[in-house]
Write a protein that binds this ligand. Structure first.
Ligand code: ADP
Ligand code: ZN
Ligand code: MG
Length: 479
């Protein structure tokens, strides 16, 4: 059999840190990046005798996430203890939810090349994050930082509905986008606020049963997830083709070697001995409470996209790409409010800005410049102060060292040459050096004009006003 005879099956467990101000069971701050063990108290350090108190905001945020993903919200939910030992877990159990999660039976829609697909959401539950181990910092040991212990998480468990690495990427992008829109998580993957356990199996096409899956834990970049799924599915197919069997195990993806390694197999699979958390009361939600959250849900990516189509006359594709990221679309709206040119702002964001984001492998929320700086750059082009070729250089500068575009062009001497005399001089020089192009043009080869303009732009390092060049070359050539 060949690879094409196999189907890949993927299910994701996405963990998102909620952007509440305080932790899930105490009043400590959830702020990222503070000095180790400065956001801690007896509760999140698990001192004996302390008691958890559930942060209401956590429930609200989880319900928001559930409603935004079409889940049914449970009126009667509870917390459970998940018991396991690890040095970053001071209580030796995590307070999570086992058999009565807050949200169940949801779905999101993904799209690839115009083809839509529904990915089921099994459940969304609330739980607390663990602390963090810092390795090798002092003489090779490990130190525990409990700032993250007790930071609220939602875990969004998908059905095994994805069939390719692309599906998984699209699904995770959709989840990220929804969570950003409803403002329950900042979804900063580089800070670990959004991470996924990726479950992969393969089966012969047409088979009824799923194959045995392996699970890759704690993945936090789209690129690694795609590479890991591609590698792992190939590996499984190879094993099966060689007559072997897949063992259910937890794997570690290594970005450097591009391979997966066994972390623990099923034999060490843990029995978490779940039981109801005795120190917390049941979570009972009224119809009114749920209705109220539903009525106050912010605009979601889908409806924002529809609005862009109508209000700004943007294409379906552009509207979709802009609104996929809340950061990008907020930047679009803010820049638009300043410079007033929707098409131009959309074009810059979707072409050059997106290209640079790709090259740098960063997400829109890491764009270093402000919407105002982008708008100013566009205005400078519209006023003819700079050409769009210089605009591209200004943009690159904005990525490296963001500041007022006017300052940048002054400092770099990038102001467009629109002085008639200066343009005339350049045109004369270029014509003199390119007699062949003149002949070509006279022989009907219109492309020669483009070449001459290009040469003049090169000569002026992109600073000459292209419209003026065009006009003046034509005048000279038609003489
Ligand atoms: P656990 O809680 O032990 O990790 P679950 O049964 O809750 O196990 O499944 C976790 C995730 O694995 C879900 O996202 C689910 O869609 C996915 N999954 C389950 N079976 C398979 C399979 N055969 N192939 C791929 N993914 C799977
Ligand atoms: Zn605390
Ligand atoms: Mg799992």
């Amino acid at each position: 059999m060949s690879r094409e005879d196999y189907e890949i099956v993927i299910g994701l467990e996405v963990h998102a840190e909620l952007s509440t101000k305080t932790k899930i069971f105490c009043n400590c701050s959830t702020e990222f990046g503070a000095d180790p063990n400065t956001h801690v108290c007896p509760v999140c350090m698990a001192m004996p005798g302390t008691l958890p108190v559930l942060n209401e905001k956590v429930v609200e945020y989880a319900v928001k996430a559930g409603l935004a993903t079409g889940c049914e919200i449970s009126r009667d939910s509870k917390n459970d203890r998940k018991n396991y030992f690890y040095p970053d877990l001071p209580k030796s159990y995590q307070i999570s939810q086992f058999d009565k999660p807050l949200c169940e039976h949801g779905k999101v829609e993904i799209e690839e090349d115009g083809e839509k697909k529904i990915i089921g959401i099994t459940r969304i539950h609330i739980e607390e994050d663990a602390g963090k181990l810092n390795h090798n910092e002092f003489g090779g040991g490990s130190l525990v930082d409990l700032n993250r212990a007790g930071v609220p998480l939602i875990e969004i468990v998908s059905e095994p509905d994805m069939r390719s690495a692309k599906d998984a990427e699209n699904y995770l992008k959709k989840i990220k986008s929804i969570l950003e829109y409803i403002e329950v998580s900042d979804c900063k993957m580089q800070e670990g606020s959004l991470r996924a356990d990726v479950n992969v199996s393969v089966r012969k096409k047409g088979a009824k049963e799923f194959g045995t899956r392996t699970e890759m834990k704690n993945m936090n970049s789209f690129r690694s997830i795609v590479r890991a799924i591609e590698y792992e599915s190939e590996r499984q197919i190879d094993v099966l083709e060689d007559g072997g069997i897949i063992t259910q195990e937890t794997l570690r993806w290594d970005d450097v070697s591009g391979k997966t390694f066994t972390m623990r197999d099923k034999e060490d699979a843990q029995d978490y001995r779940y039981f109801p958390e005795p120190d917390l009361v049941a979570i009972r939600l009224s119809e009114e409470y749920i209705e109220n959250i539903k009525n106050n849900l912010p605009e979601l990516p889908e409806s924002r996209k529809e609005r862009y189509l109508k209000e700004y006359n943007l294409s379906e594709k552009d509207s979709k790409m802009l609104t996929a990221s809340k950061y990008l679309s907020n930047m679009f709206e803010q820049a638009l409010a300043i410079c007033g040119n929707a098409k131009a702002v959309a074009n810059w964001l979707l072409s050059d800005v997106s290209r640079i984001l790709n090259e740098k492998e960063i997400e829109p929320d890491q764009i270093p410049f402000t919407a105002e700086q982008l708008a100013k750059m566009i205005e400078l082009i519209e006023k003819g102060t700079i050409s769009s070729a210089i605009g591209k250089k200004v943009l690159e500068e904005l990525f490296e060292n963001p500041r007022n575009p006017e300052e940048i062009i002054k400092e770099k001497g990038w102001i467009q040459i629109s002085d008639e005399g200066a343009i005339k001089e350049v045109v004369a020089k270029i014509l003199q050096n390119n007699p062949q192009s003149i002949a070509d043009f006279k022989a009907g080869k219109d492309r020669a004009l483009g070449f001459l303009v290009g040469q003049a732009m090169k000569e002026t390092k992109g600073k000459a006003n292209p419209q003026m060049l065009n006009k003046m070359f034509l005048e000279e050539l038609n003489k």
